[in-house]
Design a protein around this ligand. Sequence first.
Ligand SMILES: Nc1ncnc2c1ncn2[C@@H]1O[C@H](COP(=O)(O)OP(=O)(O)OP(=O)(O)O)[C@@H](O)[C@H]1O
Length: 587
Amino acid sequence: MTVTTLLPVATARQTRAGLRDALRGRRPALWAALAALVLDSALTLAGPVAIGRITQAVADHRGPSALIGPVLLLTAAAVAGALTAWAATVLLARVVLAVTGRLREDAVTSALAVPVDAVEAGGTGDLVARVSGDTERIADAASGALGDFAAAALTILAALAGLAALDWRFAVAGLLAVPLQAHTLRWYLRTSQPLYAAGRTAEGRRASALLGAFTALPTLRALRLGPGRYARVEEASEAAMSYEFRATRAATRFYGRLNIAEFTGLSAVLLVAWALVHSGRADVGAATTAALFFVGLFDPVNTLLGTFDTVQQATAALARVVGVTLGAPVSEGRPQASPGRPAEGIAVRGVRHRYGNGPDVLHGIDLDIRPGQRLAVVGATGSGKSTLATLIAGMRAPCAGGVTLDGVPTAGLARPGAPGNRRIVLVTQEHHLFPGTVADNLRLACREASDERLGAALAVVDAADWTAALPDGLDTPVGRGGIRLTARQVQQLALARVLLIDPEVVVLDEATAEAGSDMAQSLDRAALAVTEGRTAVVVAHRLSQAETADVVVVMENGRVVERGRPDELRAAGGAYARLWASWTYGR
Ligand SMILES: Nc1ncnc2c1ncn2[C@@H]1O[C@H](COP(=O)(O)OP(=O)(O)OP(=O)(O)O)[C@@H](O)[C@H]1O
């Protein structure tokens, strides 16, 4: 079975740094929320104090007027508590929404910037699981557990201070529960932390297996490969479920042990209360207040320890989300330019490449493409043309050597947001039509382009007629849920997008049409028009595309074996001439 290498997971330090970054500019609101929580926790003490006083008044057989003070205290504490709780909730929600929003944005931006190789190695499902499921988990935990956790911790501190204020022996009795709780928590963290981390990874694998199966559905059906693939999905699902089951079992045992700790602490407080009242060191009212303080600890202690669960899951998720931003490093080393040569245009120097642990598929390529030059790459299937095209466009970083545009590594230029990001674009054989109208599909390249500019771009790529004939012209929905377009039409839209981006360099690796067909001629014309006035690298799947190039390079088994003008190469009788002869044979 092949082992899939997932994207990196951030270390604890990297995760903390990611969180600090997301909190930027939100600290004042966070402190204000904490202050409101402190006040709210202090006010929870008013209830037991008032009830203690009422109990004492009854024990002393005092009249109804003795109840006025405690009742007023209860009322004031209830009103003030409601106000502080409201303020804390609103302030925390503001911080949490802003921080989770920033984390999600960073994750999506980074996900789009993850180098192609890293996505291929990890599986798209893992990436999707991180930017959707994991960010969701963080947002849920932050909006619920974070406030509960802070409020519970402060309420516990307030209750312990209250117990100590009544009599230090009450506080000591209450603290007897702490070793049991600490032991329970330590056991739980040790057991559940690895379970959650492994569980999230198993979920990532399940998402990868599912997405892989859905993406390949037509092939699976055609080749009757469904049962095999189904077994893999089932295996991944069972692994994810088994982690969930083990985590639930650990949580149940955790709460059971906490109940034992509560029983121990309460018994000790009641025993101390009995002894103090019996010896005349405390009255019944103080004993009642102490017992209520301790009972009031049950919920916050359970919340505090229980939210560790959610906080842990969110921490595991946060480490995976921050991991996306770490990605695989993009090579930014200085180009190895040949001495004495200006690094103008594209320089490919000593480029070697392999996929994963496979053999080298490019064995040291050196090329210079001058500004405005049109270079065609030809060669048999598997000779390395597409690999070279993606390296030149910066979609992958080469394993050795470098590719630069005017001295800047193209792998750096390809990162979203990098300065000069739009200087170079790649049009591949994958035709993707985005859900939306024709105009939406074009404006992905240039949001503010006018209808006239869209029309002009479509005219250059030979697509003006059919787009004008659509029911709503450019506003016609196409693709899923709209009008189905042919492969040629989708390819024309892709080429029109290049015109709207208006890059200096265009790399074309598209092989949609059978040579000689109307479609091939139309696409060749469109591609030629798009490369007009730009530096162009064209992977020529049809030799007709190579004939219009300034320079042709012929590749064989990952090496450039010939280069020159197309007419010169035809006359030279070498590799290109042989390719040309077999291509034109019978044509
Ligand atoms: N993503 C990949 N993972 C592993 N190996 C790959 C990958 N892409 C290409 N290869 C291998 O690299 C070698 C060069 O492939 P490449 O696609 O660059 O050749 P090509 O000349 O463009 O072929 P074609 O004309 O069929 O597109 C081939 O042996 C191919 O099997």
